[in-house]
Write a protein that binds this ligand. Structure first.
Ligand SMILES: Nc1ncnc2c1ncn2[C@@H]1O[C@H](COP(=O)(O)OP(=O)(O)OP(=O)(O)O)[C@@H](O)[C@H]1O
Ligand SMILES: [Mg+2]
Length: 236
């Protein structure tokens, strides 16, 4: 069963902006699927629809066999979502934050331990998160997203704001989560990361999927040396 299937998804925001103009997309189990595209292309909108936070204006999204319109509660039990910009309740320490979110997981103790390991914040885990740097906060949010072994993790620019080593570590964590059974749908502006991390990539432009394939298929199709070149060819 695919982790997620989207067919003909349109989203018109109140006020009239048509952010998605008929998106077809699939996330297979055991894979990392990337959604890439220019600013304003509709990535975050699609991820919010997939995460059951926005209702599509038209079209269907099925997550593990369940329709986001009808079975949102069931879906929320098996997915987790990392927003593009998210806070961490500054008055809590990192440890308290993870403890709190672990309590919603099926096995709170296991999730908490796993969260601590993913966050890898050392002694800073005992500091209030309002004192964290952007990267530390992101790391904590990533730990929260993956600690409960979600069947589908939806991550909006997971490594944005992370330094090279942190981004590499997070990439490894994402890969490991997939090996352990999660499917991942993520957005990214880092084409090098997409190339290394994603099994399948969808290019979205002005609310439409304009290209898709594995990074190597896409490079071959465009005679490109990198995903950056593919991006440039497709979008310009
Ligand atoms: N809450 C909202 N209300 C109205 N329009 C919105 C809202 N959120 C996004 N939009 C519009 O929808 C379109 C797609 O935005 P979205 O945030 O999905 O793009 P994105 O691909 O995630 O961009 P970025 O790379 O900058 O994060 C844009 O035109 C944006 O202005
Ligand atoms: Mg976005």
């Amino acid at each position: 069963m695919p982790a997620l299937v989207a067919r003909g998804v349109r989203k018109i925001y109140r006020g009239g902006v048509e952010a998605l103009k008929g998106v077809d997309l699939e996330v297979r189990e055991g894979t990392v699927t990337g959604l890439v595209g220019p600013n304003g292309a509709g990535k975050s909108t699609f991820l919010r629809v997939a995460a059951t936070l926005l209702t599509p204006t038209e079209g269907i999204v099925i997550v593990y066999g369940k329709d986001v319109r009808k079975r949102a509660d069931d879906i929320r039990r098996v997915i987790s979502y990392l927003p593009e910009e998210a806070g961490t309740y500054g008055y809590l320490t990192g440890r308290e934050y993870l403890r709190f979110f672990a309590s919603f997981c099926e096995d709170p103790e296991e999730a908490f331990k796993r969260g601590l390991e993913i966050a890898s914040l050392g002694d800073a885990i005992n500091r209030k998160t309002k004192e964290y740097s952007k990267g530390m906060r992101r790391r904590l949010l990533i730990a929260r997203t993956l600690m409960g072994r979600p069947r589908l993790a939806i991550m909006d620019e997971p490594t944005s704001g992370l330094d090279v080593l942190q981004a590499l570590a997070v990439r490894d964590i994402i890969r490991r989560s997939v090996e352990e059974g999660s499917a991942v749908l993520l957005s990214s502006h880092n084409m090098l990361e997409v190339e290394h991390l994603c099994d399948h990539v969808y290019l979205i432009h002005e609310g439409r999927i304009v290209e898709s394939g594995s990074p190597s298929e896409l490079k071959e199709r465009y005679g490109a040396r990198s995903m950056e070149e593919v991006f440039r060819e497709v979008v310009s």
